[in-house]
Design a binder for this molecule. Structure first.
Ligand code: FEO
Ligand code: CA
Ligand code: CA
Length: 676
């Protein structure tokens, strides 16, 4: 699908991380199980028994040590799969749509209209909502405090230009295609509007007497965009690779892009993660780019041609990384080096400068999740690199965590590890450090700066295990086990499968989990597969049983544990595949809830046409669960349909409206914890 770096129509959004789907290459699922587990185990009990061999139990005990099974964590009836253009929650629940793209939150509070300017967009919620956290308004603790009043902080992953501009309406524009002038240039304000629709929104919300969440004007309401000033910290700060015309000293950057999932620090700040940063940059000669760019696909496509924003300032031109002068501090050849990081934001200080924490590695960060902190011990956090055959990483701080003094400085000095999953259920964390695991000056990794700049290349040499597109991670608050979604990988060959990635090609994804051998900063772990996703005939739950119509799903992406240990699972099948073979039985993207002990899974929610469900967090009392519906309609609407004003989705406004990404607040009628 990716053919030409000069056009805005050469790449399909769903091909960003994966290749096209070819079900004819699939291998029999029984063979997968036989490869993954000894035949005796498959015959004796399947995946569930194998899991029990590794972890000793696959059913739920009570927490009181009595040893008797406890009631299910799941107290709702599963909703059926759906192909409808609506959002469905279980009987007894309400769902409030809030802060759709364009909702005013700050400044002059300009009302939403498709003709809004870039300036107005900068005062409104961005688009393509993704990772999200609810910070109780007290500002003391990310998980404790008011369940009625807080700062909702959410990412905006990318945009769909044809749905954003008044002048685009009526034009023959395909998905992801931006309106381009006859000379190939872009309208400057349209480009700035797209930049301002990216990034992060910080918005105060309060539950009113009728149990509706309302936006509250507040000085902390803020938009952080692809244009907001940021600084670098950690080993790459000031490194020659980050020197640009904007920041000759290599310490500052402008903006954050492709903010997918997120993280929450123990010291009450928000982390936004830069995922597919590569498709924003243009180069005259992509074949001559260095490995720390080509290893990340930089140069393959400049999707929206931001660098061609007419007579716009260098703010847009910086997305052209072709050397155009005699010095790196006189052009933007290094601009792409400043993306692919995790960015820390203090939502309670509207004047704070976001910080790109370079020691957490540079790759297509999906999200980041922290292990529970222990006073006096190093902290650990985990992040996946979402692309086919990429890795899972862990960062361990050099200094120990102390609640009284903890800050982002803990993320600046430490050790980054890549995961190696060995067949049989064991695993090792391999340090990405000069002089260890094959990294040295001879292969270009003699400094920590070179390792972080090309984290993927370093992990290749160290021997990380290529995974089936690592997406979100979540840590079980009861056991400390770490769960990661592996969403799919249709480019994995049948002869290249392994324990945690047992299918090649892998159309449906799986969830892997592991326990550290000791504290979370340990260097060995033990893993198993929690669930192998897919239709009934292609899936296995924790008990070795196929999934059923009540819980079949594919392409797990977002996952999150609530305080009761309910594991929420969100799906992201590409729009071009949903409701087509081999996904026909699975319906629209959905959200499920799972019991980590019993392996029970039920479908909780189904979304409208063409979207993915992503972002998941509750209020501290679990009475409201916030989720996001991203890119309704998405790529389903053809260019011709778009020109005729026919949208495949009209969610959430209905009628003949254009679809908009939005947050949904889910509550149990009559009160109570969502999911219980
Ligand atoms: Fe942005 Fe990997 O989902
Ligand atoms: Ca995602
Ligand atoms: Ca995804």
């Amino acid at each position: 699908m990716i053919r030409d770096v000069r056009t805005t129509r050469s790449i399909a959004p769903e091909s960003m991380d994966d290749h096209s789907i070819n079900p004819s290459d699939n291998i029999p699922f029984r063979k997968v199980l036989e490869q993954r587990y000894p035949r005796r185990q498959v015959l004796a009990g399947g995946l569930g028994l194998a899991s029990m061999v590794l972890f000793g139990r696959a059913f739920a005990f009570s927490d009181n040590g009595s040893g008797s099974p406890r009631p299910s964590l799941l107290g709702f009836d599963s909703v059926p799969t759906s192909t409808a253009d609506t959002l469905v929650v279980p009987e007894g629940y309400s769902a409030q749509v809030m802060i759709p793209w364009g909702e005013p939150i700050t400044g002059d509070f300009p009302a939403f209209d498709i003709s809004n300017t870039s300036q107005q967009q900068a005062m409104q919620v961005g688009t393509h909502h993704d990772g999200m956290h609810y910070f109780p308004i007290e500002g003391d603790d990310p998980w404790q405090g008011s369940s009625l009043d807080g700062l909702l902080v959410l990412n905006h992953e990318y945009c769909e230009p044809r749905l954003m501009h008044a002048a685009a309406q009526g034009q023959v524009l395909g998905s992801f295609q931006a309106p381009v002038k006859p000379d190939g240039s872009r309208d400057a304000d349209e480009v700035l509007k797209e930049m301002n629709a990216h990034g992060v929104s910080i918005v105060r919300i309060r539950l009113d007497a009728s149990e509706q969440w309302q936006v509250v004007p507040d000085p902390r309401n803020r938009r952080i965009t692809a244009r907001t000033g940021m600084s670098f910290s950690g080993p790459l700060r000031g490194h020659e690779s980050l020197r640009t015309r904007f920041s000759p000293e290599g310490t500052r950057s402008r903006g954050t892009i492709n903010n997918c999932s997120h993280g929450v620090t123990p010291w009450n700040t928000y982390l936004t993660c830069e995922e597919n940063f590569w498709f924003y940059f243009y180069a005259d000669e992509p074949g001559r780019l260095p490995p720390h760019l080509t290893r990340y696909r930089v140069g393959v496509a400049a999707l929206w041609q931001w660098h061609r924003a007419g007579d716009q300032t260098e703010e847009a031109a910086r997305f052209d990384i072709t050397p155009r002068s005699s010095s790196p501090t006189a052009d933007y050849r290094n601009e792409a080096n400043g993306f692919g990081f995790i960015v820390e934001i203090d939502p309670f200080d509207p004047n704070s400068t976001p910080v790109k924490r370079t020691h957490l590695g540079r790759f297509s960060h999906e999200g980041v999740v922290f292990a529970p902190v222990v006073e006096g011990q190093p902290l650990a956090c985990y992040s996946g690199d979402d692309a086919s055959g990429e890795y899972i990483y862990k960062y361990v701080s050099r200094d120990v965590y102390r609640k009284a003094t903890a800050s982002g400085a803990l993320l600046d000095e430490g050790t980054l590890y890549v995961a190696r999953f060995d067949d049989g259920g064991s695993g090792h964390w391999l340090a990405l450090v000069p002089g260890q695991n094959g990294l040295n000056a001879d292969n270009g990794f003699g400094t920590i700066q070179n390792i972080l700049l090309n984290t993927r290349g370093a992990a290749d040499i160290a021997g990380g295990t290529p995974m089936d597109r690592p997406e979100w991670g979540a840590v079980d608050p009861g056991t400390g086990q770490v769960y990661f979604t592996l969403t799919n990988n249709t480019s994995r060959s049948p002869i290249d499968t392994d324990g945690p990635n047992p299918r090649g090609p892998n159309h449906f994804g799986q969830i892997v989990r592991w326990s550290e051998e000791g504290p979370h900063h340990a260097t060995r772990f033990h893993w198993d597969l929690y669930v192998i996703a897919g239709p009934t005939h292609e899936s296995r739950d924790l008990n070795g049983e196929p999934l059923t119509p009540d819980n079949i799903f594919a392409m797990p992406d977002g996952i999150w544990f609530d305080a009761d240990r309910r594991l929420w699972i969100q799906t992201d099948m590409p729009e071009s595949s949903v409701n087509r073979d081999p996904y026909t039985s699975l319906g629209n993207n959905a959200m499920l809830a799972a019991d980590p002990d019993s392996g029970e899974i039920r479908r909780f929610l189904t979304g409208p046409v063409g979207q993915e469900i992503t972002g998941c967090v509750s209020t501290p009392d679990q009475s409201t669960l916030f989720i996001n519906v991203q890119h309704p309609g998405g790529g389903v609407t053809s260019a011709e349909q778009f020109a005729a004003g026919e949208h495949s989705s009209h969610w959430p406004d209905g009628g003949d409206s254009i679809p908009r990404s939005a947050t949904v607040a889910i509550r149990k009628r009559g009160g109570g914890k969502v999911g219980s």
